[in-house]
Design a protein around this ligand. Structure first.
Ligand SMILES: C[S@@+](CC[C@H](N)C(=O)[O-])C[C@H]1O[C@@H](n2cnc3c(N)ncnc32)[C@H](O)[C@@H]1O
Length: 196
């Protein structure tokens, strides 16, 4: 990994208001990944590849990250970034809508990171559950969405997203194959471990 280039990717993304993973969120996920030592990771929402490249540091030798992005400009930029940071052998970029791509995947993953359209989180969970290994982690970012998810104020324009995020929390909470923690780090992080 070329750390100097990775730092440039971060700075450019922040300058251009591309929503990349927050430092404190990355620190928490990093601790989990250190212990998990994943072989395969699936990420939904690549943006310009920053989080995927950060996660790639924790992969076992020969491990791989599949990551999905639907905006062509971001996908193209991620491709260049991954090359410049010298991690092409670890990251497999998939271009298209995750709603269409996920049902075509049939791999098993040690972590699924959900960081894309909030209105689709329940669907992404359903797909993640199909592919996550026992002992693996399904992590969803932005789950508390600026506090809207826990507030009873329902008249804001983001209420569809909020309804789906609440549904996601309900789904992980009742699922007996998962052990879940919701952390107030960043914009809210749901960490669900597949226990059986
Ligand atoms: C928050 S950003 C991802 C940030 C990235 N994980 C990081 O931390 O560096 C969310 C990305 O998901 C993409 N996205 C949203 N909905 C998607 C979908 N249904 N399929 C694929 N990509 C999607 C957006 O275009 C955007 O680039």
């Amino acid at each position: 990994m070329n750390e100097v280039e990775l730092q440039k990717v971060k700075e450019k993304a922040l300058e251009n208001h591309i929503p990349i993973i927050m430092d404190d969120t990355l620190e928490v996920i990093g601790k989990y990944l250190e212990e998990l030592k994943p072989k395969k990771i699936l990420e939904i929402g690549t943006a310009v590849g920053y989080s995927a490249m950060q996660f790639s540091k924790y992969l076992q030798d020969g491990g791989r990250i599949d990551t999905i992005e639907r905006e062509q400009d971001r996908y193209e930029e991620a491709k260049v970034n991954i090359k410049n940071c010298e991690v092409e052998d670890k990251i497999n970029l998939l271009y298209g809508d995750a709603v269409e791509i996920l049902p075509t995947l049939n791999d098993n993953y040690d972590m699924v990171f959900i960081d894309a359209a909030k209105g689709k989180y329940p669907f992404f969970l359903e797909q993640a559950l199909r592919m996550i290994n026992v002992g693996g982690l399904i992590i969803a970012d932005n789950i508390l969405y600026k506090g809207y998810v826990l507030s009873d104020y329902n008249k804001h324009k983001q209420r569809t997203a909020v309804t789906h995020l609440r549904q996601y929390i309900a789904d992980i909470s009742v699922n007996e194959t998962l052990e879940t923690k919701i952390l107030e780090v960043g914009d809210g992080l749901a960490i669900s471990k597949k226990i059986k």
